[in-house]
Design a binder for this molecule. Sequence first.
Ligand code: IMP
Length: 233
Amino acid sequence: MSGSTVFRALVATRNAGKLAELVSLLAPLGWSLVTLTDLELAPHPDEDAIEAYDSFEFNALAKARWFAARTGLLTLADDSGLMVDALGGAPGVRSRRWSGHAELDGDALDAANNAHLLQVLAARGEVTRRARFVCAAACAWSGGSMVAEGACAGVILQAPRGTGGFGYDPLFEVASLGATFAELSREAKAEVGHRGRAFGVLARMLAPLQAAGVFHGGAEDLAPPVDLGRDRG
Ligand code: IMP
């Protein structure tokens, strides 16, 4: 089977900001990408409980495997979060619900999380504002799964800057650029960001399997065990 075969892959996220980034990051793979909305896959009561692990890799794999099993499609998913040095790596895998507001979603949830981050750091006084974003990118199919990790170093600002992106983007200044994620174009964020790095590693890991036809019927015994790649830039 040729590596140029076009086939369908599900991008399994309900986060609109993340979805926009993933679709542009994954375009070079040349796959036909479908979303949960395209499939009209309503949220399942078990969905929030999938990412119950203390590791980005485990959560990303769990998400990709769960949606692959539910849809029968090769599935891409990520788990990501912000790790702040002065907070011992928090909020980490709890980044999404860190401010506690279970009733909020989208921009309102992001605003509550950002306000919480500023408050918590202000209450600590003069501490280091060093932080990093981490992303685990996972792929699961009927015969196996793979995961790769990427990270991006920066500092947490005293006040938001920029209007792009999502989540904690306006408070995170990339160490190497002096600009926040929210001030970068999608392409620039993809180049230096945790998600772009993680999916870049994952794409390099998947390319030989795709060329070997592993994702198409009849070659499932070739599927590799879980593997770990890293780009910590
Ligand atoms: P999850 O990976 O869907 O569990 O969500 C991770 C959470 O981490 C998001 O809801 C955001 O709050 C935060 N996060 C992850 N990646 C980014 C990013 O690229 N920019 C800003 N916030 C992010």
